[in-house]
Design a protein around this ligand. Structure first.
Ligand code: ZN
Length: 160
């Protein structure tokens, strides 16, 4: 058991969807490090890591509401090609940073029909049940500055 209130946790993980397809993995890279309790990762995974110790391995399946939320159809809209001035080729699957009422969001092009471009503001994993296979690699106390900023510093720093 860790009794550190706001630890910095480093994990290796492999993420699979309901169909068992691997969507992402840290295994060929550095472990993912984050400030626990600060909302830096999805709620379901943060909850599953509470009280875990270094060396623990576990698997957790997370429903959309504790992951990236349900898909919302109203997040999909068709916009004119002029919205993408300066971009020569617009293809399905391209992603753009856009301003939304909830701050910056990533939109994905889901259809191109002449000058009508369909964009989807849902997170690409919205509506998906996700399973994480996790190994806890490291836990350390956060510094006062990290807690104040709500993210980690140093290796894997989340500063812009
Ligand atoms: Zn900072």
């Amino acid at each position: 058991m860790s009794n550190i209130e706001n630890p910095v946790i480093s994990i290796h993980y492999t993420l699979t969807n309901k169909a068992g397809e691997t969507l992402d993995s840290s295994l060929n890279a550095e472990p993912l490090s984050f400030l626990h309790g600060a909302g830096n990762i999805i709620p379901g995974l943060e909850k599953a890591l509470t009280g875990k110790s270094v060396g623990e391995k576990f698997s957790v399946t997370i429903e959309p509401e504790d992951a990236y939320g349900e898909r919302m159809e109203e997040q999909t809209q068709t916009v004119p090609r002029e919205m993408f001035a300066g971009i020569d080729t617009i293809e399905v699957g391209m992603q753009f940073q856009a301003d939304s009422s909830n701050g910056p969001a990533v939109v994905t092009i889901t259809a191109v029909d002449g000058d009508n471009i369909t964009i989807d503001g849902n997170h690409p994993l919205a509506g998906e049940q996700l399973t994480f296979a996790v190994e806890v690699m490291d836990i350390r106390p956060a510094t006062a500055t990290e807690i104040e900023h709500g993210h980690i510093h140093g290796a894997g720093c989340q500063h812009d």
